[in-house]
Design a protein around this ligand. Structure first.
Ligand SMILES: Nc1ncnc2c1ncn2[C@@H]1O[C@H](COP(=O)(O)OP(=O)(O)OP(=O)(O)O)[C@@H](O)[C@H]1O
Length: 264
């Protein structure tokens, strides 16, 4: 049965006198897979921080997995949410082993202290790393990995708790073309699996929307330009308004991929 996984109503975020988000009304239903697209500084990461309980909004309400933010212990909610973001990667303790980083995803914590993991947990972590194509890195230190390897390990970690909501902040940023295409294939496979979590993926590029994604939100200067089903919302008009320059949009329907370029 479909239900609301995430609902933001009248959400605004202000920091140090700056408005990072304003008037955000957004509902993500179970089984939906959203791309959030917008230029640098539009507020995408701020939006994911709110959605992952890391940031409490200045105004508005957030309903997450049936709970109201502010009335629930976020430490109970966090393990139900999988998050992969550059900000999280920066906080990984020096010397942390890849396997430990994935295992601690079970509790949405960083650094292995007192948790006990059984062999089933370790087996799942290794399987997820293999699924992302980085099984051989389980014993390596996270801080020795390449950017592409780090991205994959982070996604494996985000999937570790079998989350009900998966949040990916620019998972393909910094990857070479082959790495991007490979990651996209894996995300496509994930999106197509019957037990796929509801997902939100932040990106700058239409080319990075995995096939099988269903909805898009376009963000500019902290506000929503347009949102809804991909095919309806991703038009040259809405994208041009979002990025502030004339763009054309193409949907390659045979492979369900998108692309955009400036009008010459
Ligand atoms: N503490 C703060 N005080 C003032 N402005 C802030 C603060 N934190 C973030 N901002 C600004 O808020 C805006 C939104 O930032 P955010 O990281 O959400 O954007 P983004 O869409 O994810 O950008 P990018 O695509 O570059 O990663 C940016 O202009 C940023 O400089």
């Amino acid at each position: 049965m479909a239900g609301e996984v995430l609902q933001l109503t009248g959400v605004g975020v202000r920091r140090d006198g700056a408005t990072l988000l304003h008037d955000v009304d957004w509902t993500v239903e179970e089984d939906e897979r959203w791309a959030v697209i917008g230029p640098n500084g539009a507020g995408k990461t701020t939006l994911l921080q709110v959605a992952s309980t890391l940031l409490f909004p200045t105004e508005g309400t957030v309903e997450l997995l049936g709970e109201r933010l502010g009335k629930v212990d976020v430490f109970e909610l966090r393990p139900r949410i999988g998050l992969a973001s550059a900000a999280l990667a920066e906080r990984v303790p020096a010397g942390e082993k890849v396997l430990d980083l994935v295992l601690t995803g079970s509790y949405a914590v960083l650094g292995r202290w007192t948790e006990e993991y059984d062999s089933a947990d370790v087996g799942r972590a290794v399987r997820l790393l293999e699924q992302l194509g980085v099984g051989e890195l389980a014993g390596r230190r996270f801080d020795t990995l390449s950017e592409g390897e780090r991205k994959r390990v982070q996604i494996a970690r985000a999937l570790m708790p079998d989350p009900e909501l998966l949040l990916l902040d620019e998972p393909a940023a910094g990857l070479d073309l082959g790495g991007r295409e490979d990651l996209l294939q894996r995300l496509t496979g994930l999106a197509a699996s019957f037990d796929a979590p509801t997902s939100v993926l932040v990106t700058h590029h239409l080319e990075e929307i995995p096939p099988g994604f269903t909805h898009v939100m376009l963000v500019r200067e902290g506000g929503i330009v347009a949102q809804g089903p991909l095919e309806r919302v991703l038009t040259k008009e809405s994208l041009s308004e979002t990025f502030g320059l004339p763009l054309v949009v193409e949907h390659h329907a045979d492979v369900d991929r998108w692309s955009a370029r400036a009008v010459r």
